[in-house]
Design a binder for this molecule. Structure first.
Ligand code: ADP
Length: 470
């Protein structure tokens, strides 16, 4: 009997692995779909699930910036306060960061309560870090949710993602909310740049390396942006910028294509989420969701067999298994997988499982993470394809002109976010897949560069490079 139960579990795993598989051929279809959707999103408003938002950032920092700047960053889980001192010549003389978790209740409260908390935190941060230099200073504000910008320093919230839901904020001007809260708290600062986290990351990447053309964030949620030619933004005819370029915030978490390897677990996760039918790519890739996909697979297995013992009620609780815990199981290097056993016990109330079951759990984590990382990699190559940096531009009628890399230029992509930074296996799978999709001739021209805290530091830099504008 016991063999038969094990066989049932193996079948669940096999089916999952098959449905979630990402052979390079499928990844290339995702690459093409990404490039096509980017075109469609630039062609007309609502032309694609990719919003392809204008950021009004047309000049990226070049390293010449000077002075002390502050930035605020609201992401998904953490809230960050930063102070940087720039010394020109690509140097950051000092850089202080403070992280605070956003209290859960504020994520679903009112805009006033949320921004009051932020303004107060900034006030305290300034008092601890160079009080007298902050007065009247320009502030960079990283707000990692979809915003329709009307200028570099104004924009309205389109919708919430990542578990936030504050109804009264939707369609409100985000900078105005912050600016008002700052004056209520007596903080004399000017919000000079409102940026998405990926835009901040691009700014920092460009500060260090002018070949940086795109940025990706993979943390609680995921997003990407890149530098586009202004004349390619068809939906905004006659868009004039001093540089001839414009950073486009893709909001790629909402990307969708029939080529994405979707499983029954993804369908259930989406249906039970706060935003069904929304952020489909994000739900397969980002830190908020990966642990929960693993939980769903374990749950299914425990319904089919008793290898996990009696069915734990914890297994039906959404988000009990967080992605950092999933990563800890995946990266467990103890010979008996004792870390896996401990997490199963403490988090899911599953006790005394034999080694082969622990190995099975590691395998589930591997399937989920590998798919996520490889899809993110395909997304990145999709962006490169759109701007002709994937090495295929030199190909005419299927024939390669003087070698595929003949026209290829050095290209850098800035990456940040807790998932990429802290989950080693995820990072390795992603890097590997980018190289695999590009092929060995082109891959050496493309480098992925980690920009830790880039989203915040970059926002401060954009505040710096735009502080004289208005
Ligand atoms: P945010 O996206 O919330 O602004 P981060 O970029 O720091 O902030 O990302 C935090 C997210 O990264 C967490 O919600 C978690 O999903 C993921 N993460 C953080 N640390 C780890 C880890 N060690 N292993 C796997 N995932 C992690």
């Amino acid at each position: 009997r016991s063999r038969r139960r094990w066989w049932k579990v193996v079948r669940v795993l096999d089916e999952f692995e098959e449905a979630a598989s990402t052979p390079v051929g499928r990844l290339r279809q995702v690459v093409d779909a990404m490039a096509v959707e980017m075109h469609a999103g630039l062609a007309s408003e609502g032309g694609s699930k990719l919003k392809m938002l204008l950021t009004f950032v047309d000049n990226l920092p070049d390293g010449s910036e000077n002075g002390i700047y502050y930035a605020l960053h609201i992401g998904g889980t953490n809230f960050r306060l930063l102070r940087i001192q720039l010394g020109g010549q690509r140097s950051i003389l000092s850089h202080d960061v403070e992280r605070k978790p956003i209290p859960q209740h504020l994520m679903t409260s009112t805009s006033e309560e949320l921004f009051d908390f932020i303004a107060l935190s900034l006030k305290e941060f300034i008092e601890r870090n160079g009080n007298n230099q902050a007065r009247g200073k320009d502030l960079g504000f990283t707000f990692s949710f979809p915003v329709k910008q009307t200028s570099l320093s104004s924009g309205t919230l389109i919708k919430w993602t990542k578990g936030f839901s504050i109804e009264d904020m939707v369609e409100k001007d985000v900078v105005e909310c912050l600016q008002k809260a700052l004056s209520r708290r007596g903080v004399d600062m000017n919000v000079a740049a409102l940026v998405n986290d990926s835009v901040g990351t691009l700014a920092l990447g460009h500060f260090y390396d002018k070949d940086t053309v795109a940025a990706v964030v993979i943390g609680t949620g995921t997003n990407a942006c890149y530098l586009e030619r202004a004349d390619a933004v068809i939906k905004c005819q006659g868009l004039l910028t001093t540089s001839g370029g414009m950073v486009i915030n893709m909001e790629w978490g909402n990307f969708w294509s029939s080529h994405l390897p979707r499983t029954s677990y993804d369908i259930d996760l989406d249906a039970e989420s706060q935003n069904p039918n929304d952020q489909g790519f994000e739900k397969m890739i980002s830190g908020m969701y990966l642990g929960d996909i693993v939980r769903r697979v374990i749950h299914k297995m425990s319904l089919e067999s008793d290898i996990f013992g009696p069915i734990s009620s914890k297994l039906s609780a959404r988000f009990v298994l967080s992605t950092p815990l999933m990563a800890a199981m995946h990266e467990d290097e103890t010979p008996n997988l004792s870390e896996v056993a401990k997490i199963l016990e403490e988090t899911l109330n599953i006790n005394d499982v034999p080694l082969k079951v622990r190995k099975l759990v590691v395998k589930i984590c591997d399937v989920v993470t590998r798919r996520a990382a490889r899809l993110a990699a395909a997304g990145i190559v999709g962006i490169l394809k759109k701007i002709g940096r994937d090495g295929t531009a030199g190909i005419t009628s299927g024939r390669v002109k003087s070698g595929k890399s003949g026209k290829m230029r050095r290209t850098a992509v800035a990456i940040e976010g807790g998932l990429y930074l802290s989950y080693r296996i995820f990072r390795e799978y992603l890097n590997e897949a980018v190289a695999e999709i590009l092929g060995e001739e082109i891959a050496p021209f493309v480098s992925l560069k980690v920009m830790e805290d880039g989203s915040g530091i970059g926002a401060a830099m954009l505040a710096a490079s735009n502080s004289n504008v208005d």
